[in-house]
Design a protein around this ligand. Sequence first.
Ligand code: CA
Length: 235
Amino acid sequence: MNSETQPALRPYILVVEDEESLGTLLQYNLDKEGYRVALCPDGEEALIVVDEKQPDLVILDWMLPTVSGIEVCRRLRQRPETRNLPIIMLTARGEETDRIRGLDTGADDYVVKPFSMTELCARVRAVLRRIRPGLAENRVKHGDLMIDRVAHRVQRGVQEVHLGPTEFRLLDYFMQHPGRVFSREQLLDAVWGSDVYVETRTVDVHIGRLRRALNAEGVEDPIRTVRSAGYSLDI
Ligand code: CA
């Protein structure tokens, strides 16, 4: 895919479900709703995939091989980098529902099987809106930066900023995760897509363009270069 024609970044959802038909159905429907989706059939693998893919939300089945959904949830909550990662648990009716109802699993919401895709998608939207407003809203502000995803506009203070499509997606991604440091590889994956071959050096070129566009008139540079690590939005 030509990166210049890609739309603004879509939230990334990891589905952890060992039931193949349900996993595929979830993937199909979430993709249709405009999310990027990764599928994982196993609890232990899920813990690794979360680090690799850095999803914005996890849909986690309760009963999984190797490590149960509840244990995956507990471990994600223990790690500082995934402590606030939105998690929706899936459970079969009658399966420890009292514990889930109390949400002492650390999950943000739960959905009882069988469920309709309409219901699940509504829950996903609600959890994202509540926990990651930066992903669900059309307009996001951070510091003196404002990005409007629908109108495709960016402002710094009262100044209109004109960005190319790649710089727009880069800024969009940074504004979803202010303060977090991303490696060039992570930025490539998120902004260009993992199926596109681009050299990591390209990231530096686009960061340079983004900086020049944002930093007119001697204002403070909102993008921090973290030596040997990558970049973050610090404003
Ligand atoms: Ca299962």
